[in-house]
Design a protein around this ligand. Structure first.
Ligand SMILES: [Fe+2]
Length: 183
């Protein structure tokens, strides 16, 4: 499977533009993480890109979310390692995070939400002028974007990154595709 095939499948299964943008942002962070850690850029990027492909299909049923996603990913030809990362990013299944890829997807997923929310409260609603220190400040404000799971983001320590380092990597990665994200 290549990126184009993954995107075609996303287009066929996901209508919500914001959800597609979330998946693109996750892809960008996963690629940056892979480069930072000397891992496979394409493998990590495509895992991030596909991770929420089943959200609309499962209609909010968290007991099937990510199980179907992992099945769809396998059908598209992803490796078992990639499918496993997609499967266990939904904590509801209680499947433990095993590989570095599992752990990377788990912490990258909510970071996109924090960074997006931090951009949207700026007067220009853009990522360009957003600084690491303001995202870090927002991280500590529990009432800000309260749905963003801080504890999950903090698990970047499991793949050897300090929180501020992870926020910076994620911010730069999302700034790199700001036009696609409309931010
Ligand atoms: Fe997600």
């Amino acid at each position: 499977m290549n990126r184009k095939e993954a995107l075609n499948s996303i287009k066929a299964n996901v209508e919500n533009e914001n959800l597609v943008k979330h998946m693109l942002a996750t892809e960008a962070i996963m690629r940056a993480l892979a480069r930072h850690l000397g891992e496979d850029d394409e493998e990590w990027g495509l895992t991030g890109l596909l991770h929420d492909i089943d959200v609309e299909l499962t209609e909010g049923d968290m007991s099937s979310h990510s199980k179907l996603g992992a099945d769809l990913a396998r059908e598209l030809g992803t490796s078992e390692v990639m499918a496993h990362a997609i499967l266990c990013h939904n904590e509801v299944h209680g499947i433990s995070l095993e590989t570095k890829l599992d752990k990377a997807l788990f912490c990258a997923d909510p970071l996109t939400g924090l960074i997006t929310a931090a951009a949207l409260v700026r007067p220009d609603k853009k990522l360009a002028g957003l600084e690491v220190k303001s995202v870090s400040k927002r991280f500590k404000e529990k009432s800000f974007a309260a749905g963003v799971n801080r504890q999950q983001i903090s698990q970047c320590s499991e793949i050897g990154l300090e929180l501020d380092e992870f926020i910076e990597l994620g911010l730069v990665a999302m700034q790199g595709i700001a036009a696609e994200l409309g931010l």
